[in-house]
Design a protein around this ligand. Structure first.
Ligand code: 16G
Ligand code: ZN
Length: 530
């Protein structure tokens, strides 16, 4: 039995706009900030139930990532720092859409279906990004949590991956690290400096990187972290929110979609630059080659660099661990080919959305996953991690032990809970230093096939259903055949369509031997969608 009296009282202060229907999508709820107050309150409620059911801390992150400043959103973080379990996404949707008088019965229903022990203690960890609306919305989450008599800690301004890290730390009794933002800085800084200390090459140790912080939380947190990073890495943080607007003409999404640098970021030739997104869970690199050409190093290039490095380490420690790379349909064909044919690493394709990639990557000893848009990380199985840590401690062969130590430092530097722009950046910087690679050499590992993404407005995007990890359309009838015919007309070509999970559009992707052909194919496919 649960007392919903104070829920009823408080929910009146967080009432739902009439007629509003929202869905817990690929990245939680997301819409204009002014429509979200009731959703936040109710997600506070849901987090309490999930916490009681899991007997663990649950996270609630208030952010709309790369979307405009006027938007906001919320996502729940499960005990080990993963995304909320799919069955609960449905509860989230029902709860968000319930009428005032239905809230208690929706809660009671969840309690019953999920056998929630209502007497269990609950704890919710709350974080938010730098949006103007976020503070007030986080308070609405707190109201939801306290109306069910549960405890919480408001971690205030944090990146999404920092909150995931904190949740995981709290639920593993500190084994993963100390459950504070400072604990995060210390863990990553130590791993980074230990890792680069192992540099044997004569490569320059004074390095710098230009970071576009998307005028968001990532810039703020990176600046805080600089204080802990006492190494030769110099960070020029731009778009740090001092004057620019969040995600406006900057950030990872802008750079990836526009395939150009943020205006005002003046790149010296060959200088390494990177962009975070608005909540710092995505990163892309880029540079200017001196002849004025812009080069983008996206999630696929990052996955390739990281898996090359890990594969070399595996050879050095002489362990037979199973490594795989997980991508989505958006992965550039050249990257998949390079990974499979040259590196001989198995590659798997999942549906778009971090939770799908993360889930697949958990099947391997080492699962490297990245979306082309720059969201990704590496997962290590418990036993692989343990084996490597033991080797780093006890191996008698000095060379092998050093390699194992390098491996262990690498594991410590990676945020395994979710893609993390700060952690990914430090890992990439360390790898480039250790392998003595310039950004251009990294870029040259393989050459991207020219590609084009388009979005098409249709009356109802749900008429398109896909299969084979979104690479083929099964409905409407005839569409896939048309796409197949079009693809046949170009060399090295590939194309697919899928309904967006975050916008009311159909997305079209095409790649081919030349940019003109990729553009023409994408255009032709988008006409076939109507
Ligand atoms: C969300 C996903 C992202 C995915 C994107 C696709 C998370 C945390 N974020 O932002 O991974 O690439 O949706 O959007 O899962 P789309 O369905 O509109 O193409
Ligand atoms: Zn994001």
């Amino acid at each position: 039995y649960m007392d919903f009296e104070s829920v009823k009282q408080l929910s009146l202060q967080h009432s739902k706009p009439a007629g509003l229907l929202l869905q817990y999508g690929t990245a939680g709820f997301r819409t204009k900030a002014e429509y979200l107050d009731h959703v936040m309150f109710r997600m506070g409620l849901l987090a309490v139930l999930r916490s009681k059911q899991q007997k663990s801390t649950i996270g609630v992150m208030v952010t709309a990532s790369h979307n405009p400043e006027e938007d906001n959103g919320v996502k729940l973080v499960d005990p080990m720092g993963e995304m909320l379990a799919p069955a609960w996404e449905e509860y989230a949707t029902s709860l968000a859409n319930a009428e005032e008088l239905e809230i208690s019965s929706v809660l009671a229903d969840i309690v019953q279906k999920e056998s929630v022990d209502v007497n269990q203690n609950a704890f919710v960890a709350i974080g938010r990004d730098t949006r103007h609306s976020s503070e007030k919305l986080a308070h609405a989450v707190v109201d939801g949590v306290t109306s069910l008599g549960a405890q919480y800690q408001d971690y205030g301004l944090v990146t999404t991956p920092q909150l995931h890290y904190i949740v995981c730390c709290r639920n593993t009794e500190g084994q993963y690290g100390t459950a504070t933002v400072e604990g995060y800085y210390k863990k990553l800084s130590k791993a980074f400096s230990d890792l680069i200390k192992q540099n044997a090459s004569s490569g320059d140790s004074h390095r710098s990187v230009r970071v576009d912080g998307a005028n968001g939380i990532g810039a703020m947190k990176l600046k805080e972290m600089e204080h802990y990073l006492q190494t030769g890495l110099f960070l020029h943080v731009l778009n740090d929110g001092a004057c620019g607007k969040l995600n406006h003409l900057c950030g990872a999404d802008y750079v990836k979609v526009q395939q150009k640098p943020p205006p005002g970021l003046d790149m010296k030739p060959m200088e390494r630059c990177c962009s975070f997104d608005g909540d710092a869970d995505r990163i892309v690199y880029f540079y200017n080659d001196g002849a004025g050409h812009f080069h983008l190093l996206d999630g696929d290039k990052i996955a390739t660099l990281i898996s090359t490095f890990l594969k070399e380490l595996l050879l050095k420690v002489d362990l037979n661990l199973k490594m795989a790379v997980v991508q989505t349909a958006y992965a550039n064909g050249s990257s998949t080919r390079y990974l499979e044919e040259t590196m001989k690493v198995p590659v798997y394709c999942t549906k778009t959305g971090v939770k799908h990639l993360h889930h697949k990557a958990q099947e391997f000893d080492i699962g490297v996953y990245f979306e082309a848009n720059g969201h990704g990380t590496v997962l290590f199985s418990k036993s692989a991690e343990e084996t490597i840590r033991q080797l780093a401690k006890h191996e008698t062969d000095a060379k092998k032990r050093e390699a194992a130590e390098m491996f262990e430092n690498t594991i410590n530097l990676i945020n395994q809970t979710v893609g993390d722009a700060i952690s990914d950046m430090l890992l990439i910087e360390a790898i480039l230093l250790l392998k003595n690679l310039t950004v251009q050499q990294w870029d040259a590992i393989y050459t991207d096939l020219p590609n084009r993404q388009l979005k098409v407005k249709v009356a109802d995007r749900r008429v398109i259903e896909t299969t084979d990890a979104e690479r083929r359309a099964v409905t409407p009838p005839g569409l896939q055949e048309k796409i197949d015919d079009l693809v046949k007309q170009y060399k090295l070509s590939r194309a697919f369509v899928r309904p967006s999970g975050t916008e009311d559009v159909v997305r079209v992707y095409a790649e081919a031997d030349t940019q003109e052909n990729a553009d023409a194919l994408a255009h032709a496919v988008s006409l076939a969608v109507y």
